[in-house]
Design a binder for this molecule. Structure first.
Ligand SMILES: Nc1ncnc2c1ncn2[C@@H]1O[C@H](COP(=O)(O)OP(=O)(O)OP(=O)(O)O)[C@@H](O)[C@H]1O
Ligand SMILES: O=P(O)(O)OC[C@H]1O[C@H](OP(=O)(O)OP(=O)(O)O)[C@H](O)[C@@H]1O
Length: 303
């Protein structure tokens, strides 16, 4: 069925149908208020509040659907985009900061191979044959070698290949490193640092809706990254406080009602700060003389 012609009034948004990216994608869609109900095993879900159809596809196929313009938007790993050779055919809108891992060359830890150059002319097994081929072609060129490295595809359990004698090394994703360690392997180089990205077609059919959804994703990402810090401080230490909490654009300052006209003037300051620095920032504010320091989580925002 040609979905583009069957759903002419809807933007098609490709999301991973299962696997490691699926749950987080659904959370983000909900954070963006893209409401939908996915019937069991059905790979299309119509949004109930926006003219969008979500198309659930294998993560590896999403770059092709978006790059060829069949879908206006998609979420998938950077590794999948580069492996499909589609990075130049799509707009890379946003790093979504999850699904983080590294594509690494792994060799038996107890073996003699310690440097990638030692693998020129040897046998490599990977699910990422394009990226591996590019890497070993470059490596051969740098080392002025005409030897051809064999790159073979397997779809899963890549880490078993060395123990089975099929490969001298593998190229596979590493997140915690536990799979690699359990297979007695160690990494000797990194081909790519990857994470999930929001991508769009270069010629979307619904450009305004693409912009709107892009902004919503940016808002959700900012809401995850920042918290709102508000506190009170004597006006005399305001410059020091603003050095500690300059805000994303700038801090908001409002005067506090003076009960005693002779007392020092106090202000209330509110500023977005990075969540991961919040503890240090609150300590620093307290140290310079601020008080009543409060931290608020952001549910959502537009930045
Ligand atoms: N530890 C990890 N191992 C593999 N992929 C990971 C990992 N962490 C994040 N990812 C990302 O998730 C993407 C999809 O991985 P996943 O293994 O879920 O593939 P899938 O094809 O969607 O599912 P399945 O392997 O069940 O068929 C990867 O391309 C990568 O971008
Ligand atoms: O560093 P870790 O946290 O151990 O994760 C890495 C492992 O996860 C992936 O495999 P997956 O579980 O998707 O199964 P697969 O081997 O069938 O691809 C990947 O291919 C590694 O084997």
């Amino acid at each position: 069925m040609d979905l583009v012609n069957h759903l002419p009034d809807r933007l098609l948004f490709a999301v991973p149908k299962k696997g490691r990216l699926y749950e987080k994608c659904c959370q983000l869609l909900s954070g963006c208020d893209i409401q939908f109900r996915r019937s069991n095993r059905l790979d299309i879900a119509l949004s109930t509040n926006l003219p969008i159809a979500l198309i659930f596809l294998p993560a590896a196929d999403i770059p092709i659907f978006v790059g060829d313009g069949n879908c206006d938007l998609g979420i998938t790993g950077l590794d999948q985009i580069k492996e499909a050779d589609m990075f130049d055919s799509i707009e890379d809108l946003l790093d979504l900061n999850f699904g983080k891992c590294k594509l690494q060359i792994q060799v038996p830890a107890a073996g003699d191979i310690k440097k990638p150059e030692q693998l020129i002319g040897k046998k490599i097994v990977s699910s990422f044959t394009k990226l591996s081929t590019d890497y070993f072609n470059d490596l051969a060129a740098q080392n002025k070698s005409s030897e051809k490295t064999s790159i073979r595809y397997v779809g899963g359990s890549v880490e078993a290949s060395c123990a089975l004698g099929v490969a001298d090394a593998i190229v596979d994703l590493v997140e915690s490193g536990e799979t690699m360690k359990a297979a007695g392997l160690e990494a000797i180089d990194t081909l790519l640092d990857t994470s999930a990205h929001l991508i769009s077609s270069k010629k979307p059919k619904f450009p305004e809706l693409v912009d709107k959804i892009h902004q919503r994703f940016e808002g959700v990402m900012a809401a995850q990254k920042y918290v709102l810090c508000t506190y009170n401080a004597p006006r005399s230490i305001l410059p020091t406080c603003l050095e500690i909490t300059p805000g994303r654009r700038s801090a908001t300052i409002s005067a506090l009602e003076q009960k005693d006209p002779k007392a020092e003037e106090w202000v209330s300051i509110s500023s977005m700060i990075e969540q991961k620095k919040a503890g240090d920032i609150m300590d620093d504010l307290k140290k310079v003389g601020a008080s009543d320091i409060l931290l608020f989580e952001l549910r959502n925002c537009r930045v």
